[in-house]
Design a binder for this molecule. Structure first.
Ligand code: PHE
Length: 466
C-alpha cells in the first residue's frame, strides 16, 4: 500500500508485524473451521497430523511467503513475476484464491453477526434449538442482510490502511479473545449429560475423543483424505498460498526476524485453533455423542449455544462477548484478504484504491448473495471427496483449500526450491543477521518433502485414490 508520500507503508516493528499477521491468521478458520474438520475427521488423528504439518510445512511455507514479499517489495500479483518472468502466472493463482474465499468468508461473517445480535437481544436460549440455525440459513433475506452488514464493515476498514486499520484492532482484541476461549474450553470439560437411554457422557470423555488418535476403521484412502483436510486447514488458517503473507512481507522492515515472527504467528494460530477445538468438540460429544461430529459447517453455531445455555443468564452474557470477539477476529482476517486483493489490483491495473475497492465490493456482493442462496433457492447436495452433502459454500471451500492452495504451494516450492536459488530465500530469511537454525530443515522441506507430499495430496483431492 502507498502512503501519502507515495512510498510503501511499513509496519512499525516486529511486534506490529506479528500482530497484524496473527490478526490475519486468527479468524473463522481457527474458531469455526478447525473444530468442524477435527470433529469430522475423527478428532485425535486430525489433531496430531495437523500439529506435525504445522511444525514442518507451516513454518516453511509461511517463512517462504514472507521472504518473497520482503525481497520483492511487491504485492502478490506482481511479486512472482519479479522472481522469475515465466512464473508470473503464480501471482494470478494467489490472486484468484482469495477472490474465491472472500465472498464465502463474508457469508460466514454474516452468520457470526446474526448470532451476535441474537445474544445481544438476549435470545441466546432460542439458538439452542438446531432448527434455529436451519431456519436462518433457509431464510432468503436474513443471511443476505447480515452478510451485507459484515461486508460493508470490512470494506470500510480497508479504506483506513495497514497500520491504523489492522494493527489497532488486533492488538486490543486478540488477547480478550484468547481469555474467553480458554475460559469456555475449561468450562466445557466440566459438563456432563445423561441422555434418555441412561447413558452419561462427560466433557473429559469428549476430550479424549479430541486429543487421542484412534485408528479404528482407518484405510489408506481415509488417512490421506484426513491429511488433505489438515493441509487445507493449515493453508487456510495461516493465510498462506493466497498472497496475503507476501503482501504483509512487503511491508516488513529488513531488520525484523522472519524466523521469530513465523514462530510466533504459527504458535499463536495453532494454540487458538487447539483451544477452539477444546471448546467445541467435547461439548458436541456431551450433548450429541459421536454421531453429532458430522454436523459440518453448522457445528460451531449449533454446539456453542448449548454450552452457553447450560450457564443460564451468565451464558447469554458470555455469548455476547464471545460473538463480538469472533466478529472482530473475522474482520481482521477479512481486512487482510481484501488488502491483498485490493493492493494487487492497484499494482497491476494502476487503479486508485477507491476504484479497486468499489469493484471488489461489487464482486463480493454478487457472489456472496449467490452463496447465501446456495442454502435455499439454489440448494443442492454435492458429493465432494470426504464431504457429503456439500452446499455451494462447501464447494468453494473445497476448490480453494483442497485444490488451488495445494497447487499454488506446490508450484511455489518448485519455484523457490528449484527454479530460483534456494539460497536467495535463505539469505532473505537470515537478513537481520540472526543465525537461521532450521536452515537445513527449510531447504529439505522446500526442495523435496513439501513438493512430494503436496503432489500426493493433490492426487487425493482429485479422488485418484478412489
Ligand atoms: N486465516 C484466516 C482464518 O483462519 C482466514 C483467512 C483466509 C484469512 C484467507 C485470509 C485469507 O480465519
Amino acid at each position: 500500500m502507498e502512503n501519502t508520500k507515495g512510498e510503501r507503508n511499513s509496519f512499525t516493528g516486529s511486534i506490529g508485524f506479528v500482530f497484524a499477521a496473527a490478526g490475519s491468521a486468527v479468524g473463522l478458520g481457527n474458531i469455526w473451521r478447525f473444530p468442524y474438520f477435527a470433529a469430522k475427521d475423527g478428532g485425535g488423528l486430525f489433531l496430531v497430523i495437523y500439529l506435525i504439518l504445522a511444525l514442518t510445512f507451516g513454518f516453511t511455507l509461511l517463512a517462504t511467503e514472507i521472504a518473497i514479499g520482503r525481497k520483492t517489495k511487491e504485492s502478490p500479483l506482481t511479486a512472482y513475476k519479479k522472481l522469475n518472468k515465466k512464473w508470473a502466472f503464480l501471482g494470478v493463482f494467489s490472486f484468484v484464491i482469495p477472490l474465491i474465499i472472500y465472498p464465502y468468508y463474508c457469508v460466514l461473517g454474516g452468520w457470526v453477526t446474526k448470532y451476535m445480535v441474537t445474544y445481544i437481544t438476549w435470545h441466546g436460549a432460542d439458538a439452542v434449538n438446531p432448527d434455529y440455525f436451519n431456519a436462518f440459513t433457509k431464510n432468503i433475506w436474513q443471511p443476505i442482510l447480515f452478510m451485507a452488514i459484515y461486508a460493508v464493515a470490512s470494506f470500510y476498514i480497508v479504506y483506513r490502511g495497514v497500520e491504523k486499520g489492522i494493527e489497532k484492532f488486533s492488538k486490543i482484541l486478540m488477547p480478550i479473545l484468547v481469555v474467553i476461549i480458554v475460559f469456555i474450553s475449561i468450562y466445557t470439560l466440566t459438563i456432563k449429560t445423561t441422555d434418555s437411554n441412561g447413558v452419561t457422557r462427560t466433557g473429559i470423555q469428549g476430550l479424549s475423543y479430541y486429543i487421542i488418535p484412534s485408528f479404528k476403521g482407518i484405510t489408506v484412502r481415509k488417512f490421506l483424505s484426513i491429511c488433505l483436510d489438515a493441509m487445507g486447514q493449515l493453508f487456510y488458517s495461516l493465510s498462506i498460498a493466497m498472497g496475503i503473507m507476501i503482501a504483509f512481507g512487503s511491508y516488513m522492515k529488513k531488520d525484523v526476524s522472519i524466523v521469530k515472527s513465523v514462530n510466533r504467528i504459527a504458535l499463536f494460530d495453532t494454540l487458538i485453533a487447539f483451544f477452539a477445538g477444546l471448546m467445541i468438540i467435547p461439548a458436541v460429544y456431551v450433548f450429541k455423542g459421536e454421531g453429532g461430529m458430522t454436523r459440518g459447517a453448522s457445528l460451531m453455531f449449533v454446539s456453542l449455544p448449548e454450552i452457553f445455555n447450560s450457564l443460564g443468564a451468565f451464558g447469554n452474557f458470555i455469548g455476547i462477548i464471545f460473538f463480538v470477539m469472533v466478529l472482530f477476529a473475522a474482520l481482521t482476517s477479512s481486512v487482510s484478504i481484501l488488502e491483498a486483493i485490493v493492493s494487487s489490483m492497484i499494482d497491476k491495473f494502476k487503479w486508485s484504491r477507491k476504484k479497486a475497492s468499489v469493484i471488489m465490493a461489487a464482486f463480493t456482493f454478487v457472489i456472496s448473495v449467490i452463496v447465501c442462496l446456495g442454502f435455499n433457492v439454489f440448494y443442492f447436495e454435492a458429493n465432494l471427496p470426504g464431504v457429503t452433502k456439500g452446499q455451494l459454500l462447501d464447494v468453494l471451500d473445497y476448490i480453494s483449500n483442497n485444490i488451488l492452495m495445494p497447487v499454488t504451494s506446490l508450484l511455489t516450492c518448485i519455484l523457490v526450491g528449484w527454479v530460483c536459488k534456494t539460497q536467495m530465500m535463505v539469505d532473505e530469511i537470515a537478513l537481520n543477521g540472526e543465525k537461521f537454525r532450521r536452515r537445513g530443515l527449510y531447504v529439505v522441506m522446500v526442495k523435496y518433502i513439501a513438493p512430494v507430499l503436496l503432489f500426493i495430496l493433490l492426487l487425493t483431492s482429485f479422488g485418484v485414490f478412489g
